[in-house]
Write a protein that binds this ligand. Structure first.
Ligand SMILES: Nc1nc2c(ncn2[C@@H]2O[C@H](COP(=O)(O)OP(=O)(O)OP(=O)(O)O)[C@@H](O)[C@H]2O)c(=O)[nH]1
Ligand SMILES: [Mg+2]
Length: 492
C-alpha cells in the first residue's frame, strides 16, 4: 500500500487557520454539558450497535480487525484543543495531525482549534463548539472527526452524539498507522497488543449503550443484565487472555534478539542507534551511510522494524548501525510500552545519532519529544550526536541556532551527502575505545588475527618486520587473550 504525500496544500491550511480563528474565543459555557437525551442519540446508538454486531458475529481476532478496518478513514475534519503555548504551536500540532491522518489514508477537509484551559471532560471541545463542529461536518460532508489528543471513552461517545459521525482520537490514529506499517512478526504482535489495550476500556461504551437499549442499566445481578453486556464480559475476558498470550510471545521473540545482541557485546562490536522524530530522515541516513536499501517514504512511521546494518569507520573499525521506530509527540503510552523491547536497542547502544529534521519550523520540539522517550527507556546516559538533517532545504537561521545550542551537533543532508565525511569521522571519535592496549608480533601465518585486530580493535601502529607484523593496538579483552602469546619478548 502506498501513502499519499504529506499535505502541501496551503489552501487547506489557511482555511484551517480561519476556522481556528473563528473558534478561538474562549468557550465560557464549557461545563454546560448535560446528559439530556433528545432522540438524536439513537443515531449514534445505531452506529454503535452496527459496529457491535460486526464484532459479535466473529471471532475475537476479527473484533480487532473489524474495529481497525473501520478506521480506514475517508473524509476527515480535525479538531484540537489549544491549552498552552503560542498560536503557532497549536497550528503546528494540527498540521502534524493532518500529516498523521493523511498517512493513515484519509483526506483532510478542514481543521479547527479551540482555545480553552483544558479539554471539556464531557465532549473534549466545549458543547457549544461541538455544535459548530457538527455544522462543519455537514458542510464538508465529512465522515469522521479526528481529535488531537487521547480522549476518554466517555468523551468519544458524547462527542459522537453531537457530531453524528465517527470520532477517533490521535492515539487510535497512530495505532492504526502502526498496524498498517508493521511488517515483522514481533512488530505486528507489539501493535496488536497495544490495540487491544486501547480497546479494552472502550468496549464499556458499547456495553452502556446496549444495556440502555435493552432497558437494563441498573446494577442488577445476572437476571437483569442484558445479553449484550454478558457478551461484553466474555469479550473482555477473551481480550485479556489474548493479551497475556501475546505478552508471552513477545517475550519469547525478545529472547532471540537478546542472544544476537549478547553476541555482539561479547565481540564488543560497538553499536550505534539512529533515533529521531518520525520523517526526520533516519532511514535515508542509514542508507547513505551503509547503502542498506531501507524503505524511505515521505510518510510518518515508514519504519517500524529495527534494521541493523554493519558499518565501518574511516579507520576500518566495525560497528553496527541500527535504524529505529520514529517518535512522535504524545506517542500513545501503550505503544511506548509495547515497543519497549525494540526501544531497548536504543538504550543499549554505545552512541545515539539523534536525527532531527532541520527544515521543520521548530526542530527543538521534536528534539525534546524524542529525548523524553529516550529517557523513558533508560538511555539517558548514552552519548548522543545531534544530526541536523535536510540541511539542503533548511532555514539557515534555524540551522545555526541548533548548531549553537546543541552540545554536539552537525548539519548534514542525507540527500546531497553534505556533511557525511564529518559525521563518519565524528562517529569514529565518539565510539568507545577497546579497553586493552597491547603490543604483539604476529607471524605472517596468522594473517587472520591481524585482520581481526583491524576490524574489531584500533590499530595504533603497524610495522612489517622480518618475523611478522608488529602491532600496537587497542582491543577488547577476548581478542587481547588470543594475542597474548605473541607478546614481543621484552628487550633488555
Ligand atoms: N530534502 C531532503 N529530504 C530528505 C533528506 N533526508 C530525507 N529526506 C526525505 O524525508 C522523508 C523521510 O525520510 P525517511 O528516511 O523515510 O525518514 P525516517 O526518519 O526514516 O521516517 P520514519 O521511518 O517514517 O520515522 C523522505 O521523503 C526523504 O526523501 C534530506 O537530507 N534532504
Ligand atoms: Mg524510516
Amino acid at each position: 500500500m502506498t501513502f499519499p504525500s504529506l499535505p502541501q496544500d496551503t489552501q487547506r491550511h489557511s482555511t484551517a487557520n480561519r476556522r481556528a480563528d473563528a473558534l478561538m474565543d474562549e468557550d465560557v459555557a464549557w461545563n454546560e454539558f448535560t446528559d439530556d437525551r433528545d432522540g438524536e442519540q439513537f443515531e449514534r446508538e445505531e452506529r454503535a450497535a452496527l459496529r457491535r454486531v460486526a464484532g459479535l458475529s466473529t471471532e475475537l481476532e476479527d473484533v480487532t480487525e473489524v474495529e481497525y478496518r473501520q478506521l480506514r478513514l475517508e473524509r476527515v475534519v480535525l479538531v484540537g484543543v489549544w491549552t498552552s503555548g503560542s498560536a503557532q504551536d497549536a497550528d503546528n500540532s494540527l498540521a502534524e495531525l493532518a500529516a498523521l491522518a493523511e498517512t493513515a489514508g484519509a483526506m483532510v477537509l478542514d481543521g479547527v482549534i479551540q482555545r480553552r484551559d483544558r479539554p471539556d471532560p464531557a465532549t473534549y471541545i466545549g458543547s457549544g463548539k461541538a455544535q459548530e463542529l457538527r455544522d462543519l461536518v455537514v458542510e464538508t460532508a465529512a465522515d469522521t472527526v479526528v481529535c488531537d489528543g487521547e480522549l476518554s471513552p466517555g468523551q468519544l461517545i458524547h462527542l459522537e452524539d453531537v457530531v453524528k459521525v465517527k470520532v477517533v482520537d490521535r492515539t487510535a490514529l497512530i495505532l492504526d498507522i502502526f498496524a498498517q506499517h508493521a511488517k515483522s512478526r514481533e512488530g505486528k504482535a507489539q501493535v496488536a497488543l497495544a490495540q487491544m489495550q486501547y480497546m479494552l476500556p472502550r468496549l464499556r461504551g458499547w456495553g452502556q449503550s446496549l444495556s440502555r437499549q435493552m432497558g437494563g442499566g441498573g446494577g442488577g445481578g445476572m437476571a437483569t443484565r442484558g445479553p449484550g453486556e454478558t457478551k461484553i464480559e466474555t469479550d473482555r475476558r477473551r481480550i485479556r487472555e489474548k493479551m497475556a498470550k501475546m505478552r508471552r510471545e513477545i517475550a519469547q521473540m525478545k529472547v532471540g534478539r537478546d542472544v544476537k545482541r549478547r553476541e555482539r557485546h561479547r565481540r564488543e562490536v560497538p553499536s550505534v542507534a539512529i533515533a529521531g522524530y518520525t520523517n526526520a530522515g533516519k532511514s535515508s541516513l542509514l542508507n547513505r551511510l551503509t547503502g542498506a536499501g531501507v524503505l524511505v517514504e515521505n510518510a510518518l512511521f515508514a519504519t517500524l522494524d529495527p534494521t541493523v546494518r554493519k558499518a565501518e569507520t574511516p579507520g576500518g573499525r566495525s560497528y553496527t548501525l541500527a535504524d529505529t521506530v520514529g517518535f512522535v509527540r504524545h506517542l500513545p503510552h501503550h505503544l511506548v510500552e509495547a515497543f519497549r523491547s525494540t526501544m531497548e536497542e536504543v538504550g543499549d547502544a554505545d552512541l545515539i545519532l539523534h536525527v532531527v529534521d532541520g527544515s521543520h519550523p521548530v526542530p527543538e520540539e521534536q528534539l525534546a519529544a524524542v529525548r523524553e522517550v529516550i529517557n523513558d527507556v533508560g538511555a539517558r546516559d548514552v552519548p548522543e550526536i545531534v544530526v541536523v538533517n535536510k540541511a539542503d532545504i533548511a532555514d539557515e537561521v534555524i540551522l545555526q541556532r541548533l548548531l549553537r545550542t546543541e552540545r554536539q551537533a552537525i548539519a548534514v543532508s542525507a540527500h546531497s551527502g553534505l556533511g557525511m565525511d564529518e559525521l563518519l569521522a565524528l562517529i569514529e571519535e565518539r565510539l568507545p575505545h577497546p579497553s586493552v592496549e597491547l603490543e604483539a608480533l604476529v607471524p605472517y601465518t596468522e594473517g587472520a588475527l591481524v585482520s581481526r585486530v583491524h576490524e574489531e580493535g584500533e590499530v595504533l601502529s603497524e610495522e612489517h618486520t622480518g618475523e611478522g607484523t608488529l602491532l600496537r593496538a587497542r582491543v577488547h579483552p577476548e581478542l587481547g587473550a588470543s594475542l597474548e602469546r605473541f607478546a614481543p619478548a621484552t628487550r633488555p
